[in-house]
Ligand binder design. Structure first.
Ligand SMILES: NC(=O)c1ccc[n+]([C@@H]2O[C@H](COP(=O)([O-])OP(=O)(O)OC[C@H]3O[C@@H](n4cnc5c(N)ncnc54)[C@H](OP(=O)(O)O)[C@@H]3O)[C@@H](O)[C@H]2O)c1
Length: 379
């Protein structure tokens, strides 16, 4: 029986993970969860899982949760780090969204814990610091992002070999078949209608801008210790091949599966075993073809912005990530247009002075710097 903690249990990945746990009650026991604001989701989780420890990170929701769930131990956001250190489990799934996931990831990495990582932003923002902490502490990092899970599984085919190249597949997002003018005038609801995956709102918009793929390039760089030039992004409309690895002899190994996040979550939590399930299988006969095409940088400038930020290093990925988070929220709130997202990331990157070798504290402080910059300049 493996003990599991889930950070971000009320989200899309969190609920898929709870589904995985519910399918294998003999294999997993849920020790703790975190939610931010969604107390209805928390109530539903408490009614189906015997979990006694909950971190509620939003102040207002924390106060309400203390009153509403008197038999549960409820912890405040500021207690998160101490809580994680005091409650070791076999694996913590970090399914928080955005930079909120960074500190818990660093805490777990420094403490030598096993982390199933969905929160790609941790590695995007502090990849070097986090991987150094992991090397020092002996922590284990199990990728949850479907593409990175695929790469991990492909690498297991030749565990002693370094990859020559990684092919990172992208669905192309909601706007893949629109021209720039159509994208410019599309509604937020259209951006949220992902053709293949059902996900949280932020990552769905990140998929439409292809920033998500750029963040994944950064994530892959750190997870698999490859150079940005070794990673090629392919638009693959069917989302059946989740990514591929090319080895030095030219062989390419691919991982295929249905677009269902329960699969990579299940693998990350049960590794090195595979758990049987009765979820839908890929029907290869019903897939007429598997298509691949390059990303169009004119319609989707977000990918190049990410790759450039990765190559520049220092605080650039953090600045990009924070600017993206803020602009995506403005877009969802109807305060920014679709192309404002990438335009204002580019402006923030060019106007905010670079820190070449930031500490964790300096990276965290960049949040305020970028927020202030956009408050002052974005009209
Ligand atoms: N969804 C997918 O299929 C998918 C696939 C691959 C990778 N990922 C990655 O997985 C992560 C989670 O994505 P998601 O789609 O599951 O997001 P989501 O549905 O928006 O869920 C986010 C979770 O984080 C919590 N949260 C929000 N703001 C927070 C804050 N300021 N502090 C602490 N917790 C906060 C939310 O709590 P409340 O709901 O209670 O407010 C919720 O539990 C992201 O990094 C994403 O890139 C997701």
């Amino acid at each position: 029986m493996k003990t599991i903690g889930i950070l971000g249990a009320s989200g899309s990945i969190g609920s898929s993970a709870l589904d995985v746990l519910a399918s294998h009650p003999d294999k997993f026991s849920l020790s703790f969860i975190s939610v931010h604001s969604n107390l209805e989701a928390l109530e539903a989780i408490l009614s189906t899982h015997a979990v006694k420890h909950v971190v509620v990170t939003q102040e207002k929701a924390y106060k309400q949760a203390k009153k509403r769930f008197p038999t549960i131990h409820v912890y405040h956001e500021e207690e998160m780090n101490d809580f994680l250190l005091a409650h070791p489990v076999d694996t913590v799934l970090n399914a928080l969204v955005g930079t909120a996931g960074l500190l818990p990831s660093m805490t777990l990495s420094q403490a030598g814990r096993n982390i199933a990582l969905a929160n790609k932003e941790s590695l995007v923002c502090a990849g070097e610091l986090m991987m150094n902490a992991i090397k020092k502490s002996g922590a284990k990092l199990y990728p949850v992002d479907s593409e990175h899970s695929a790469i991990w599984q492909c690498l297991e085919a030749s565990p002693t070999e370094k990859p020559e190249k990684i092919y990172l597949t992208a669905s192309g997002g909601a706007f893949r078949d629109m021209n720039r003018e159509e994208i410019r005038s599309a509604k937020v609801d259209q951006a949220l209608a992902h053709p293949n995956w059902s996900m949280g709102r932020k990552i769905t918009i990140d998929s439409a801008t292809l920033i998500n793929k750029g963040l994944e390039v950064m994530e892959a760089r750190w997870l698999f210790d490859v150079e940005p030039e070794q990673i090629e992004v392919l638009v693959h409309r069917q989302s059946i091949i989740h990514s591929m690895v090319q080895f030095s002899d030219g062989s390419i190994i691919a991982q295929l599966g249905t677009p269902d996040m329960r699969l990579p979550i299940s693998y990350a939590l049960s590794y090195p075993r595979r758990l049987p399930n009765d979820w839908p299988r890929v029907d290869l006969f019903s897939i007429a073809s598997l298509d691949f095409s390059p990303v169009d940088p004119e319609r989707f400038p977000g990918l190049d912005l990410c790759v450039e930020a990765l190559k520049e290093g220092g605080d650039r990925p953090m600045v990009l990530n924070v600017a993206n988070e803020i602009m995506v929220q403005k877009y969802l709130d109807g305060e920014a247009s679709f192309y404002d997202i990438t335009d204002w990331i580019a402006r923030a990157l060019s106007d905010i002075e670079k820190i070449h070798h930031p500490s964790l504290q300096q990276l965290l402080e960049r949040k305020e710097v970028v927020r202030d910059y956009l408050e002052e300049h974005f009209a």
